[in-house]
Design a protein around this ligand. Structure first.
Ligand SMILES: NC(=O)c1ccc[n+]([C@@H]2O[C@H](COP(=O)([O-])OP(=O)(O)OC[C@H]3O[C@@H](n4cnc5c(N)ncnc54)[C@H](OP(=O)(O)O)[C@@H]3O)[C@@H](O)[C@H]2O)c1
Length: 256
C-alpha cells in the first residue's frame, strides 16, 4: 500500500498526549515532518522531542492563538499538507442546565477555532492540489453517549462542516474525513470513567468492566489502534476516501 507521507508536513492539534499524540507519532513514523500543538507548551515540547516533531502552544478556543499558530508553523515547516483537527473534550454532564457561557466556550474550542485553522491552510492546499484534513470526533455523533451532552451536541457540527467542505475541495486533491473513537484508553477516558463511577456510586473497575462488556472486541482500544486509521486517511492510498467517518471502536457502535 502506498502511504506516501515522506516529505509531507503535518500539523496535529491537541497532541501533547492521547489520540492527538498517537496520530502525530504515527505520521512521524511514516516519514512526515510533524508539528504538534496543545495549550501547555512544556508537555508538548517534551513529547515532540521523542518523535522528532516541533512543538507549539495553542488553545483551539482562542482565535488569536490559532492565527499565530498558523503563521509560526508556516514559517517553520513551509506549509501544512496534513491537518489534524483535535481539541480537548468538554466536561461531562446532561443536556439540561448547561450555562450559555459553557456552550459558547465549548463551541469555540471544538468548532470555531478548528474551522478557522482549516480555512487558513486550505488556499495553499488548493494551490498544491493535495491536502488531508482529518477531524477527531466521537462515537457520540452516531449514537449519543449518556452524560456527554455537550460533545453529542457540538461534534456533529464538525461532521456537517467536513462533509460540506469535502464536496467543495475534492476536485483539488484534498480529502476531508473524520475518525470516530469508541473507547480508546487515554487520560480522557479514565477521567470519564471516574466521573461515571462517582455518579453511579460504583468503582472505576466496575464501570470499565461494564463498558468493555458492550464492546464486541472485548477491550478498550489502544491509541495505536486509533492512530492507524488516521494515518491511513492521511496517506496517498486514501486519496479516493472523502466526506467519510471511519470508526475505530472495536465494533461498539451498534448502528450501520
Ligand atoms: N479517548 C476516547 O476514547 C475518546 C472518545 C470519544 C471522543 N474523544 C475525544 O477525542 C479528543 C481527544 O481525546 P483524548 O482521549 O486524546 O484526550 P486527552 O488524553 O485528554 O488529550 C487531550 C489533548 O488535547 C489537548 N487540549 C485540550 N484542550 C485543548 C484546547 N482547548 N486546545 C488545544 N489543545 C487542547 C491536551 O493538552 P493541553 O491540556 O496541554 O492543551 C492534550 O494534549 C477529545 O476531544 C475527546 O473528547 C476521545
Amino acid at each position: 500500500m502506498k502511504i506516501g507521507l515522506g516529505g509531507k508536513r503535518a500539523l496535529v492539534l491537541g497532541a501533547s498526549k492521547g489520540l492527538g499524540f498517537g496520530i502525530a507519532k504515527g505520521l512521524a513514523d511514516e516519514g512526515a515532518t510533524v508539528a504538534i500543538a496543545s495549550r501547555g507548551l512544556e508537555a508538548a515540547s517534551a513529547v515532540a522531542k521523542t518523535i522528532g516533531a516541533k512543538a507549539f502552544a495553542c488553545d483551539t478556543g482562542k482565535l488569536d492563538q490559532i492565527e499565530a499558530l498558523h503563521a509560526a508553523v508556516t514559517k517553520e515547516l513551509g506549509g501544512v499538507d496534513v491537518l489534524v483537527l483535535n481539541s480537548g473534550g468538554p466536561p461531562p454532564g446532561g443536556a439540561q442546565g448547561v450555562s450559555s457561557e459553557q456552550w459558547r466556550k465549548s463551541f469555540e474550542a471544538m468548532f470555531v477555532g478548528l474551522v478557522r485553522l482549516a480555512d487558513l491552510v486550505l488556499p495553499a492546499m488548493i494551490e498544491r492540489k493535495w491536502g488531508r484534513i482529518i477531524s477527531v470526533i466521537s462515537s457520540g455523533v452516531i449514537e449519543p453517549i449518556p452524560n456527554l451532552a455537550i460533545s453529542n451536541a457540538i461534534r456533529p457540527a464538525l461532521v456537517g462542516w467536513g462533509k460540506s467542505l469535502a464536496s467543495e475541495v475534492a476536485r483539488h486533491g484534498i480529502t476531508v474525513n473524520a475518525v470516530a473513537p469508541g473507547r480508546i484508553a487515554t487520560d480522557r477516558l479514565l477521567q470519564l470513567d471516574k466521573a461515571n463511577a462517582e455518579k453511579q456510586g460504583k468503582s472505576v473497575a466496575e464501570i470499565e468492566a461494564a463498558a468493555k462488556a458492550r464492546i464486541p472486541a472485548g477491550r478498550y482500544g489502544t491509541v495505536e489502534d486509533y492512530a492507524a486509521v488516521a494515518v491511513f486517511l492521511a496517506s496517498e492510498a486514501a486519496s479516493y476516501v472523502t466526506g467519510s467517518i471511519l470508526r475505530a471502536d472495536g465494533g461498539q457502535i451498534a448502528s450501520h
